[in-house]
Design a binder for this molecule. Sequence first.
Ligand code: TRP
Length: 348
Amino acid sequence: MPPFNPSATRSQVTGSQVQGAGGDRLTIDCLLAATTAEAQEDGADVVMGLTTQPKSLPPKYFYDDLGSDLFEQITALPEYYLTRTETAILQAYAAEIAGLVGPCELLELGSGSSTKTRYLLNAFRQAGYSLRYIPVDVSGGMLEATAQQLLIEYPSLVVHGVVGTYDAALSHPLPTSPYPRLIAFIGSTLGNLAPVECQTLLAQISATLQPGDYFLLGVDLEKDPTVLELAYNDSQGVTAAFNLNMLSHLNWRFHGNFQLHQFQHRAVYNPAASQVEIYIDSLQAQTVTLQRLNLVVNFAQDEPLLSEISRKFKLSTLSEELKAVNLPVIKVFTDKNAWFGLLLCQKA
Ligand code: TRP
């Protein structure tokens, strides 16, 4: 088994448990594939996406270490209002959320740099609640660096990171806690799932929670399409770089030969489906090989490849869906324009 190597540009770590410089305050479980056989199994979703018409790719492949860094840059772009707006909501209401939830253990899906999470951590600390934090992310490098930093900033915080997909992490056994669990899923990542997958994940989250446990969900809401399209077509081209980096990640992970300059980023709002659709268009007819997946793919000129959807929600519909999976909303927090919603739910 390879050692956990957080400094690798693209970390690929597996099954290992690390107790880092944080001593017994830090544990990291790595659930990602490392052998070719595991990678092939891992890449079944890539094969499926590239051999089905129209072509698509699963968004989790955005988040290698470079992708995670580029995403951090997206969150600071002037056009990308989402992070700023959600941050303002958290800033305003974290204390109220901590008061409602009480002492708990916080499991965060897609934790990234945990920047927004710090508002919650601060509020729990201020309330005098001890806290175990379980960040879950597919980017091992980002997770490890963030965890080390959090141990310094929060001297009594215990961190148990899980490097892996949501699926793997939610079924991964964790030490039991005397406190209720709060699962946080913010950043409108839920919107990156198709409606059916979204329902499946919500049901899965609900199934891992005990009655009385909490779920905090951050989602982007429907609004003027011009605002939406600008958020995914920034003038500095960071979003384009982030989108195309997925191909470079696949080149590395599955020994592929995508030529990045022969593809182009495109994002467009589809009002019928209430979603921004993010594409990688093939600029010419070309053939790409992914050796590790025994896959040869042909692209026609101008053929689109769907790399992401970002759904925009209506609070009433989403609340119904949450209720249907036994996660009724107990309080909705939003900004003055109602651009973004933060929903606190409690398992019934
Ligand atoms: N959850 C983010 C969103 O839907 C992810 C994201 C932001 C994204 N910008 C992107 C995904 C650009 C693909 C391309 O807003």
